[in-house]
Design a protein around this ligand. Structure first.
Ligand SMILES: [Zn+2]
Length: 417
């Protein structure tokens, strides 16, 4: 089979034909150069308005990188024509294989962007011998295309989440769709203020907002306020993952202050290295951690009491009816308020304040993928940690949309990967 037949099969271009194919060695690498020519009597297309016009002149040959073949870099060589457009004046022509000044062909950019979902951007660059910049620009192009072509009309449930970003308490607000059949990242915003979330609803639009049945978030005041203001019709739920995160932080506080106390009294710091035993679910502990936990439980420490209160609270989520769950919640809060553990008492107060939102969880849990927020939160953290290249908000945002946005992709004539 002729190479040109293969090219015409994977990448046909209307109005153009493949010409001579040459290969050469360039700094120890084999490179394949493939010429492209316009079809005879086919006028160039104006890149501004998309209409055909008479040719004006021809520019020097440009190289466009295409998908590599058998470890050989592949370039299209083409001399761009300029159009004498009746409407726009003299403009460079539009070609189907590349956009604007991009020296990567559109097919190659999509190819790199797809691989960047499976490998880190750096790895993609290494494997395909291209720069980090090229990979980044390809991902950016894919994200921009995906955002412009996604459909947001079927969103009935969203989860609002925040992740820490950079050192020093910088936050991002993330909004996910958590419908049982469709889970994806919808939006990324800087900070976690009222303004942030209002911006989301503004971009999302009032019509779509009225179609929301469920909104799930943390007990974070700015979020609660905005949701009540903007989407009061939807059922607002506090999700399990965020509630349990508060417990983790409270236990950390109890433990840290107890370690200090014990040290001041000159006692053995039994709590050192115990953090993970106390934060993990019992069934997730390793053998060594189980032994440590047994040791801890044998002594009546404040930390242990806090831990037991947390584990006891897990029962809350197992109720079938909101009525019984409510009784349990009241009882748990009463006990905790007598515990003399300040961070735990804070949680009890918070849960009491948001009692209704918590109980609404039971009304929504059958209909919405409530666990999704936790899964997304983990993935978002991994993505933000993965590359130190994500120093700027713009880059991190693109990476998050690319990995979690489930964005539509341009369907080419041929699937390369
Ligand atoms: Zn024009």
């Amino acid at each position: 089979m002729h190479l040109k037949s293969i090219l015409n099969f994977v990448e046909p271009h209307q109005g153009f034909v493949y010409g001579a194919v040459r290969w050469r060695i360039h700094s120890n690498c084999t490179v394949l150069d493939i010429e492209i020519r316009p079809r005879k009597n086919r006028l160039p297309v104006c890149s501004k308005c998309g209409r055909q016009g008479p040719g004006y002149d021809t520019l020097p040959v440009r190289r466009f990188e295409f998908v590599p073949l058998w470890g050989i870099a592949v370039f299209f060589l083409y001399a761009m024509r300029r159009v004498n457009c009746a409407t726009c004046g003299v403009k460079v022509e539009r070609v189907p294989w590349a956009a604007g000044k991009n020296h990567l062909t559109t097919t190659y950019a999509w190819f790199l962007a797809r691989w960047a979902k499976r490998l880190s951007w750096k790895e993609v660059g290494q494997v395909f011998q291209t720069s980090w910049d090229n990979v980044f620009r390809s991902v950016k192009m894919a994200v921009a295309w995906g955002l412009a072509h996604r459909n947001l009309d079927n969103v009935t449930a969203i989860g609002i989440d925040e992740i820490a970003w950079k050192k020093g308490h910088k936050y991002l607000t993330l909004v996910y769709q958590i419908d049982a059949g469709c889970k994806r990242l919808l939006w990324v915003g800087k900070e976690r203020t009222q303004k942030t979330l209002r911006q989301f609803f503004k971009e999302f639009g009032p019509e779509r907002t009225t179609r929301l049945d469920f909104i799930c978030s943390d007990m974070w005041k700015p979020y609660l306020k905005v949701v009540a203001d903007v989407a009061g019709k939807a059922l607002h739920i506090i999700d399990r993952f965020h509630v349990m995160t508060h417990f983790g932080k409270a236990i950390d506080k109890v433990r840290a202050s107890e370690v200090k106390e014990l040290k001041a009294k000159g006692q053995q710091p039994v709590l050192t290295g115990s953090r993970w035993c106390l934060l993990k679910r019992p069934d997730h502990l390793t053998d060594k951690q189980t032994v440590k936990l047994k040791e801890l439980l044998a002594i009546n420490l404040k930390t242990v009491r806090a831990y037991i209160l947390k584990e006891d609270f897990q029962h809350f989520w197992r109720y079938k009816s909101a009525g019984w769950a409510g009784k349990f919640l009241d009882n748990w809060c009463r006990r905790t308020m007598r515990s003399r553990l300040v961070p735990m008492k804070k949680i009890a107060k918070m849960l009491r304040t948001h009692r209704q939102l918590l109980l609404d969880w039971f009304r929504a849990k059958e209909k919405v993928a409530l666990g999704a927020v936790e899964g997304f939160n983990n993935k978002a953290k991994v993505t933000s940690r993965k590359a130190y290249g994500f120093r700027s908000f713009e880059v991190l945002k693109i990476a998050l949309y690319h990995t979690l946005g489930n964005l539509p992709e341009l369907e080419g004539t041929h699937k390369f990967c």
